[in-house]
Design a protein around this ligand. Sequence first.
Ligand code: C2E
Ligand code: MG
Ligand code: MG
Ligand code: MG
Length: 289
Amino acid sequence: RAKAEGRNCIRFFDPKMQKALNRRLELEADLRFAAARNELLLHYQPQVDHEGRVTGAEALLRWQHPKKGTISPEIFIPLAEETGLMVPIGQWVLGSACSALAAWRADPRLQALTLAVNVSIYEFRRHDFVEHLLHLLARSGADPRRLKIEITETVLAKNMEDTVEKMSALKRHGVSFSLDDFGTGYSSLSYLKQLPLDQVKIDRSFVRDVLADQNDASITRTVIALGNTLGLEVIAEGVETLEQQAFLWGHGCYAYQGYLYSRPVPEPAFRELAGKRFPRPLAEPDGEN
Ligand code: C2E
Ligand code: MG
Ligand code: MG
Ligand code: MG
């Protein structure tokens, strides 16, 4: 902008902006080496069925920065996507998830669980994504039927044909797919129909106010009905209270994830949780009784 205004025009950056820019550049430089320096790790958040049993986990990436402490993926994933670092970081995530799944095979409490992994569009649209993932699965000895890929609606908007082709190729090996943050993007019904999905995940922004906000309640009910009609499993994220769980259960959603059960935790803690039986959903709060 300063340049466009001509050479004789002197403009100063807002010092606050300059500081933010420096911080960003520093973070980007650090992120470049985060994987090699062993600063990345996965946390696991349980997914629970209507009987209160743990059926699997979502792997959620954490960056343990040596000076800045734990940095949220909400901050560094967008940064990684903007700087071309998403592909190597995503490869680290998939490799780690496959290793975890392979290790779980030896533990009776864990061997039947699925592990859901978030995949960015920047990874998914790579021409060798399928080949690379199949290689990681084979190398680790993980069972592809235990791996679930979470994609968001941005993946769909790009190139439908390529997306369907990649999903189908992986599904032939047993990998399943979940549509994350459902309802927040601009998915059309035709996408949903064309895609070989296994699950839709109701975004936590709807779940949060499902009891207080009529619109969120309507959207949630509609998404559940839509998923069920299409033969997809419906899972709700961000379930924090028994009342939310009861609402979801009452409207046909039988899989849950959220702080009600557990925050995302390191692997040893997840192993403990996996054997746990959580309370089953109560009747609806405003039900008959
Ligand atoms: P997401 O995939 O939608 O993951 C769910 C987020 O909701 C996680 O945040 C999780 O910690 C949080 N959450 C779960 N239950 C509750 C709850 O009951 N209440 C509240 N308030 N929050 C809850 P997190 O771990 O900070 O991750 C944020 C986002 O970063 C993820 O959203 C995902 O889009 C992205 N992300 C995380 N790990 C990876 C990864 O390995 N690869 C990629 N590409 N993206 C990732
Ligand atoms: Mg997710
Ligand atoms: Mg989500
Ligand atoms: Mg989300």
